[in-house]
Design a protein around this ligand. Structure first.
Ligand SMILES: *Cc1c(COP(=O)(O)O)cnc(C)c1O
Length: 419
């Protein structure tokens, strides 16, 4: 059996994730529905994490890519920590049982209550992105009478050659601070009693498939670590961020995590630091699919539209980044194909799941899987058009269970003042 992605394959013309025919999930839970595979999560986590075994390291899963507590729990059991960007994500990570000493906290706009929460819970470090934040963190530390462990997020000014919206390590981006500024901040922190510099952080972008950008960034940051050490600032943690890309098309090459490790590990070894990594998409992206059903087939002279019941509110990547997601029927069809647009039900022309795509001839009621939907899928879903968000289902071997219920109509108005 040839796998399309790890754990995803056709058997007797039916699309399976692990040992579960996805049709069974669609029939029991309805559509649209997010489905994750525990086995695939394990596969991708291990492929990534083991690549760095030569050095002491912690793989902190980027919670924003998939925040479901049961998904976090699967990863925690494999040894994952958490990379968080809000108090809500720290709350989720702790609820999933992740050790606070494996939680890092990034983000350009952290509020005082968020820094307080993070420090009270004893997380590993706050990845500070500005002078104002550093001063506020010192103040919070003073209030709690706890020295706040922190890293400065430096912006190494490299071009990761990815989509501009997910490119974060260029000087023009809002993230991090320049090396010059970072040096001043570390020096300043020495004079502030409630700050404890423990690391340095960078994260250059997402969906990066050219690993040379990682080496370029890591080399620059390593030079910087040597410089600040010469001022007596001891840095223990070298946090290289996330961003390793996945293949959104099954036939595309997957960059092995080992190739990323080859770029970074020698640098970290020389520094004798503990390495932190923050992969999100790489772990969860191809461990999830979104199931949807064809509602209508609309034929124009030149064009066929497949109108499905999942839209850009369920999977925003489509409209936000004009993203490619591979689509497969749950029942394999090999004969005739047609070039069609797959569109959602949302009242926006941009609600397109696939543009001029060669697909099998489909009929109303047919079930489809939108692949690579495990990361930045459910977490970016909204209630736009007053659509209840889909449920999340976790497959484990030949079993599956709902790990987040489908929202109900009542949920849509539960926080509003009703007549
Ligand atoms: C988004 C983000 C990540 C994860 O990015 P992926 O491309 O999903 O690996 C890691 N670190 C930080 C600081 C982020 O903002």
């Amino acid at each position: 059996m040839k796998e399309i992605f790890p754990k995803l394959y056709y058997k007797s013309k039916e699309l399976f994730f692990e040992d579960v025919p996805l049709k069974d999930v669609a029939e029991r839970e309805g559509t649209p529905t997010y489905v994750y595979s525990k086995g695939a999560l394990q596969y991708w986590f291990e492929e990534f994490d083991s690549a760095f075994n030569e050095v002491s390291h912690t793989t902190c899963f980027a919670v924003k890519s998939n925040s479901n507590i049961q998904v976090l729990k699967v990863l925690r059991e494999l040894g994952a920590g958490a990379d968080t960007v809000s108090v809500g994500e720290i709350f989720r990570a702790l609820t999933a049982g992740i050790d606070p000493k494996k939680i890092v906290f990034a983000g350009v706009g952290k509020r005082e209550d968020e820094l307080t929460y993070a420090l009270e819970r004893g997380i590993l470090m706050v990845n500070v992105e500005s002078e104002g934040e550093l001063l506020l963190l010192n103040k919070v530390g003073e209030k709690l009478k706890r020295r706040a462990p922190f890293a400065i997020r430096v912006n190494p000014d490299v071009n990761p050659k990815t989509h501009p919206y997910i490119s974060t390590g260029l000087k023009s981006a809002k993230f991090g601070v320049t090396f010059d500024r970072a040096l001043e901040l570390y020096k300043k922190a020495k004079e502030l009693r409630w700050l404890n510099p423990v690391g340095v952080h960078f994260h250059i972008g997402s969906q990066i498939t050219d690993v040379s950008a990682f080496r370029e960034a890591a080399e620059k940051v390593a030079e910087f670590v040597k410089e600040i050490r010469s001022f007596g600032i001891e840095i223990e943690y070298f946090d290289a961020g996330g961003g390793l890309g996945i293949n959104y098309h099954p036939d595309e090459r997957v960059v092995p995590a080992k190739e990323l490790a080859e770029e970074i590990v020698p640098i970290v070894k020389e520094l004798d630091c503990h390495l932190i990594l923050e992969p999100g998409r790489r772990i969860a992206g191809n461990a999830g699919v979104l199931l949807t059903r064809v509602l209508y087939v609309k034929k124009r002279e030149e064009k066929t539209f497949y109108i499905v019941d999942a839209g850009m509110n369920d999977l925003s990547r489509l409209a936000l980044y004009n993203a490619y997601h591979h689509i497969l029927p749950l029942e394999e069809k090999k004969e005739e194909t047609v070039v069609a647009d797959v569109v959602g039900p949302i009242c926006e022309t941009g609600d397109i799941l696939a543009k001029e795509r060669e697909l099998p001839v489909l009929k109303e009621g047919d079930l489809l899987a939108i692949l690579s939907a495990g990361a930045y899928g459910f977490t970016m879903a909204s209630n736009y058009n007053s659509r209840p968000r889909p449920p999340e289902v976790l497959i484990d071997g030949d079993k599956f269970r709902v790990i987040r219920e489908r929202e109900k109509l009542g949920d849509l108005i539960s926080r509003e003042e009703v007549l």
